[in-house]
Design a protein around this ligand. Structure first.
Ligand code: CA
Length: 239
């Protein structure tokens, strides 16, 4: 799913540079001149990352960061002027995930955005103490933890999977964008204990689609391939 980045920046040139660069890189972008209403936006909708200028005319970016952190752990990158070391330190202390200094190159901000979003997804993946050995896959708004066998949604909430559903999802995720026949899936899910009931794969796919909010009539994530089987048709990133 497209990640939504909200920019708070009073300088129209910087605002439009950020909007254009992030838009061209495939992000959905909302640009604001000030922090009015940002809390409600984060609470109501789907904001994955906030890029926040520190130097804003009324309420400054550090105050807004504090405000956001009272209710939300959304990713935040603060933008500061070159000399404002103290502001950057304070920003990180009060909960910003990263900072960038002006003037910046668009590709620098894109690299920061990607890295912060990746860390954000990783943070949702299992116990941090085990993270080195953890294998997690991110796709759309989901994280599948292959170590703890859990699936979490964009807010980090676990979605309960049966062991059959987990094995099926793991088989699909680790072989994304390849057609898998029912036999291959049967093997991956059940090994030698395949049930005689040959519709069990389709039933399991149906249940997974429901859990992933994938429309059964027009599935986007687990697509049916006519006479072939199934394909996991979304980008999977190992995180
Ligand atoms: Ca400014």
């Amino acid at each position: 799913m497209t990640k939504h980045v909200t920019i708070v920046e009073d300088d129209p040139d910087v605002r439009s540079l950020l909007t254009r660069s992030l838009g061209a890189d495939g992000y959905q972008v909302t640009a604001l001149e000030n922090g009015d209403g940002i809390d409600a936006m984060i609470a109501a909708g789907h904001v994955d990352l906030v890029i926040l200028d520190i130097g804003l005319p009324d309420v400054d970016g550090l105050t807004i960061t504090q405000q956001i952190r009272r209710n939300s752990d959304v990713a935040i990158i603060i933008v500061s002027g070159r000399g404002d070391l103290a502001d950057r330190v304070v920003g990180l202390e009060i909960g910003a995930d990263d900072y960038i200094t002006k003037p910046f190159e668009p590709r620098e901000i894109l690299a920061r955005v990607r890295s912060v979003l990746r860390r954000d997804a990783r943070a949702r993946c299992g116990t941090p103490a085990l993270s080195e050995h953890h294998v997690c896959y991110e796709f759309d708004d989901w994280v599948l933890d292959a170590t703890t066998h859990t699936l979490s949604d964009s807010a980090g909430r676990p979605v309960v999977l049966t062991s059959g559903e987990y094995r099926m999802l793991e088989a699909l995720v680790t072989r994304a964008n390849r057609v898998l026949s029912r036999d291959q899936l049967m093997d991956a899910c059940y090994g030698n204990n395949a049930p005689a009931f040959d519709r069990s794969i389709d039933v399991c796919v149906g249940r997974l689609r429901r859990k992933l909010n994938d429309d059964a009539r027009n599935p986007r994530i687990i697509r049916t391939v006519r006479n072939g089987g199934y394909i996991f048709a979304t980008r999977v990133t190992r995180i």
